[in-house]
Design a protein around this ligand. Structure first.
Ligand SMILES: [Zn+2]
Length: 430
C-alpha cells in the first residue's frame, strides 16, 4: 500500500459534473484522506508531499456499473486485485461487480462471501450485484431477500436475458418491493442464436452468423413494458441501436423510471471495425452500423443515455485467439474508457469533462443510491490526475488487467491518467 501522508496537489484544474469551467486550484489532502483545502496558492504543510499537477486536471473518480472481475472461479482471466489495478489505472474508483462468477452470486451468503473477498483483496470499493434467476439459468427466481439484506446494488443475470416474460415479471415485482433496480441484458436468444457480429453487410461479407438489431430492440421494448406494468426500476445495459434508444426516450417521456448505459466501444467503433476476423472486436451486443453509433453519441450528449459503463469483460488471449465464431464475447475496458472518450470526443470539443463526469461518475453512483463524489473541501479524496498533453500507449505490458485484450490494443491514445487518489492512498502511474 502507498504510504499514508498529507499531499498537496498543486497547480491543477478541477473538473466537475455541474460546470464546464475548470477551476484552477491547489488541493490539499490530509493524512486521513480528506480534502482539507481547495484554493489557489496553498502552501504544503511540513512533511507533506507535493504532487505537481501543472497542466493537469483533477477529475472526480469514475464509477462503472458493469464489471466482470472473474473472481471467484475464473482467475485465469482476471482477479479482484488485477481488476482493481486496471480500475485505478483508468481513474475508476468504484464499480459494480456482475454476478456471473463461478458459482454465480444468487444467494445472501454468496453475496457476503463475495463482499468479504473484495474487502480483503481490492483497494477499490466494489459493490457485488446479485442474479435475477438461480444460477443465471432463467428458470426460477434467485434468493432476493437474502441478497437484498446483504446490500446488493442491483439485480441482473449479467449478459443473459431472462427468456420467460412471466418469470421476468415476478422478478421485477419482487425487485420493486425490495427497492432494487433490475439491470437487464437486452437480447432475444431466439433471434441472436449463435450470432457473432451485427447482422448486415459485415456478417454477409465475412460469412459469420449475424445478431439482428431487433434481437436487442424487442427485448428493450418487452423489458420496458414489463417495468411499466410492475412499477420496477429498470436499467438497460449496453444499449447499441438507434431504434432501441428511441424506445428508451419514449419511455422516459411517459415518466417510466428507466435508465440505460452505453459502452465506450459502442460510442466510438462501428461494425466496420470488425476486420481481419479480429476477435478483440467481438462484443455482445455487437458493434453496429455507423448510423447507430451517431445516434448513441447524440443520446449520450442529450441525456437520454444516463451512464457510461465499460462492460469490462476480460478473456485470455488464448481464449480470444480461437476463430471468430467460437471466441467469447467481450474485452477489457476499465483502463481505456476515460482515455477513449477523451481521445475521440473531449479533446475535439464534441463535449466537455463535465459531461463525462456526469455520465461516468455522478449518474452511475446515483443509480445505485450512492452520493456523487467531487473534488471539494471536506469530502474524501476520490479523484484522478489527468494529463491532457501526454499520451498513453495501449500495450500488453502497459495494461494492468490480467487479460490485455481490447480493440484499442496497439493504439496510442491522447491523454494519460497520472495517478489516482483514493482516501489517503495515492496510486501513481508511471
Ligand atoms: Zn457484461
Amino acid at each position: 500500500m502507498p504510504e499514508s501522508k498529507a499531499r498537496l496537489f498543486s497547480n491543477g484544474r478541477i473538473a466537475s459534473a455541474g460546470s464546464t469551467v475548470l477551476l484552477a486550484a491547489d488541493v490539499l489532502v490530509d493524512e486521513s484522506g480528506r480534502v482539507a483545502a481547495v484554493a489557489p496558492g496553498l502552501a504544503a504543510p511540513e512533511g507533506a508531499e507535493t504532487v505537481d499537477c501543472t497542466g493537469c486536471l483533477l477529475v472526480p473518480g469514475m464509477f462503472d456499473l458493469h464489471v466482470h472481475a472473474r473472481e471467484p472461479g475464473q482467475e485465469h482471466k482476471e482477479t479482484l486485485a488485477t481488476c482493481a489495478a486496471a480500475a485505478l489505472r483508468g481513474g475508476v474508483t468504484g464499480l459494480v461487480l456482475m454476478p456471473d462468477t463461478a458459482p454465480p452470486i444468487d444467494t445472501g451468503p454468496l453475496v457476503k462471501s463475495a463482499t468479504d473477498l473484495v474487502a480483503e483483496l481490492s483497494p477499490v470499493p466494489m459493490l457485488q450485484s446479485g442474479c435475477l434467476t438461480k444460477g443465471r439459468e432463467g428458470r426460477e427466481m434467485a434468493a432476493f431477500s437474502g441478497m437484498a439484506s446483504r446490500g446488493v446494488p442491483l439485480l441482473t443475470d449479467a449478459d443473459r436475458a431472462v427468456p420467460c416474460p412471466d418469470l421476468l415479471r415476478r422478478c421485477m415485482e419482487y425487485a420493486r418491493d425490495f427497492g432494487l433496480p433490475v439491470a437487464s441484458h437486452c437480447d432475444t436468444p431466439a433471434l441472436s442464436k449463435a450470432g457473432a457480429v451485427n447482422e448486415g453487410p459485415v456478417s454477409y461479407r465475412f460469412g459469420l452468423p449475424g445478431i439482428p438489431a431487433i434481437s436487442q430492440e424487442i427485448a428493450i421494448d418487452r423489458d420496458i413494458r414489463v417495468a411499466q406494468h410492475t412499477g420496477a426500476r429498470l436499467h438497460l445495459q449496453q444499449i447499441s441501436t438507434a431504434r432501441g434508444l428511441r424506445s428508451v426516450q419514449i419511455a422516459k417521456e411517459s415518466g417510466t423510471p428507466v435508465t440505460c448505459e452505453v459502452s465506450p466501444h459502442h460510442l466510438v467503433l462501428s461494425e466496420r471495425g470488425v476486420r481481419d476476423y479480429n476477435t478483440h472486436f467481438k462484443f455482445n451486443p455487437p458493434l453496429r452500423p455507423a448510423a447507430d453509433v451517431e445516434a448513441l453519441v447524440a443520446g449520450f450528449i442529450d441525456g437520454s443515455i444516463d451512464a457510461l459503463a465499460c462492460d469490462h469483460a476480460p478473456h485470455t488471449e488464448f481464449e480470444k485467439s480461437s476463430d471468430f465464431g467460437s471466441a467469447p464475447f467481450g474485452a477489457a475496458g476499465l483502463e481505456t474508457a476515460v482515455l477513449v472518450i477523451f481521445d475521440r470526443f473531449i479533446r475535439h470539443g464534441v463535449f466537455g469533462w463535465d459531461l463525462l463526469v456526469e455520465r461516468y461518475s455522478a449518474a452511475p453512483r446515483r443509480l445505485v443510491g450512492l452520493e456523487p463524489v467531487a473534488v471539494a473541501e471536506g469530502s474524501r479524496a476520490e479523484f484522478f490526475v489527468f494529463d491532457p498533453e501526454a499520451e498513453t500507449e495501449v500495450t500488453r505490458t502497459t495494461m494492468k488487467t490480467k487479460s490485455p485484450v481490447t480493440p484499442f490494443l496497439g493504439e496510442t491514445l491522447a491523454g494519460k491518467v497520472r495517478g489516482t487518489a483514493l482516501g489517503s492512498a495515492w496510486h501513481r502511474h508511471d
